[in-house]
Design a protein. Structure first.
Length: 403
């Protein structure tokens, strides 16, 4: 689960990580109040107004149809008013949002930490994530912070410092010192960075996060180290342990179809093709998408209905798939292990009748316990449903019904 920058910063703050301070606002009036608060706190007229959307690249991104950037410096209350009204309620398009962009519902009015007279603020990069091949967390850091870390990783990978964390002993002091040293930090900045990394790792670990990306981490000329941005990704599967973090979810930032799926306990990811898939088990769902492609089709979605496919989940699955106007055929691929195929087949027929007319052909492949009984039920249902037993046959059939 993704959360907003301002929420990520609140978490970091709780763990003692120094962050660029800010106040979040949903309206222009709130933004003006927030500016009041921030400018009193910092005793400065400068502040940055930052669009809060679940995507990066805001600094370079633009509000659709304008030259307005997603992150802007304000030098007065008047500026804040203008910027906030230019951002709020409008669509920000960044390299990460794609063409459709995301609507800005909130802005963060933050202290200007690149203070005037600061001759050399230094933008660094720090992230923590799970390295799946090494099966442990890794801290990555670079002196080349700012906005284009992907470029750095591609063209000058040697500039990315990595420390892998042994899960048996956790993040060690020498590793924090190692990173700080390799970032070229000395004196107080070095000490600050060691503290920063240690607190950051603790926050990552205790919140069961799957990714932290702090870009930029700023080193000010008076040797403070602070998080200017915070991209935080929480592990969905651990959210049950953190009701306070689960409450940070902002559904308006998520794909409405994926939200609906998660409410019916379905695992759904929307794709661009025209063959809707409904499968039990994530591995089988992946294999199903592969075989659809192998036979020249394009999957419209990934959908895992879970182990106990029944009339209720099948109905929810059909309804979800049918919301996608690109879907021209549906491929149901169920392996009856614990759940028997005849029960699944009855579930499909029941769901079909409940929904009424399904406007696209359905190919059902049932394999496993009572597969033949299942196929019989499908074939005798009198519905526009075709059954197949072999995966290959099913994939061919899908292509045939599409043609
Ligand atoms: P992103 O573009 O979505 O990653 O958003 P960031 O939070 O990283 O902000 C983008 C850029 O805005 C940063 O790289 C900075 O250059 C700039 N920025 C952020 N905070 C400040 C600030 O306090 N003062 C100034 N002058 N610029 C800032
Ligand atoms: Mn950033």
């Amino acid at each position: 689960m993704n959360i907003h920058e301002y929420q990520g910063k609140e978490i970091l703050s709780k763990y003692g990580v120094r962050v660029q301070r800010g106040v979040v606002a949903s309206t222009v009036e709130e933004a003006e109040k927030a500016y009041q608060e921030i400018s009193e706190l910092t005793n400065s007229k400068f502040a940055v107004v930052k669009s809060q959307i679940h995507a990066g690249g805001r600094g370079k991104g633009k509000i659709r149809g304008t030259e307005q950037r997603g992150v802007q410096l304000a030098k007065s209350a008047e500026d804040v008013k203008t910027i906030a009204s230019n951002l709020l309620g409008n669509t920000l398009v960044t390299i990460q949002t794609g063409e459709e962009g995301k609507v800005v519902n909130k802005v963060l009015v933050a202290e200007d930490v690149y203070y005037p007279g600061d001759s050399e603020p230094k933008e660094l990069y720090v992230s923590i994530l799970l390295d799946r091949t090494k099966a442990c967390n890794v801290i990555m850091a670079s002196t080349e912070g700012g906005m284009d870390i992907e470029e750095v990783a591609e063209h000058t990978p040697e500039k990315i410092i990595k420390e892998w964390i042994d899960p048996r002993v956790g993040f060690q002091g020498y590793q924090a010192r190692n990173v700080a040293y390799k970032l070229g930090l000395t004196g107080n900045a070095n000490k600050e960075m060691v503290k920063f990394l240690t607190s950051l790792y603790k926050a990552y670990d205790e919140t069961d996060s799957s990714m932290f990306e702090i870009n930029p981490v700023l080193k000010t000329s008076d040797d403070k180290i602070l998080a200017v941005d915070a991209k935080v990704n929480l592990d969905d599967n651990a959210l049950f342990r953190h009701p306070d973090l689960a409450a940070l979810r902002d559904k308006s930032e998520e794909d409405p179809m994926e939200v609906e799926a998660s409410e019916s306990d379905l695992n759904y990811v929307k794709l661009d093709g025209n063959v809707g898939c409904m499968v039990n088990g994530a591995g089988l769902a992946m294999a199903t998408m592969d075989i659809i492609k192998l036979y020249g089709g394009e999957p419209a979605n990934f959908l895992d209905v879970g182990g106990g496919a029944n009339a209720v989940t099948v109905e929810a699955g059909f309804r979800l798939i049918l919301k996608d106007p690109n879907v021209k055929a549906i491929f149901v691929n169920i392996f009856g292990g614990i759940v028997r195929c005849d029960r699944v087949a009855n579930g499909i027929v029941e769901a079909y009748k409940k929904i009424g007319e399904i406007p696209v052909p359905i190919v059902v492949r049932l394999q496993g316990t009572n597969a033949e009984e299942g196929a019989k039920i499908i074939n005798e249902s009198g519905l526009k449903v075709y059954s197949a037993v072999k995966l290959k046959e099913a994939a061919e059939l899908v292509q045939k019904v599409l043609a």
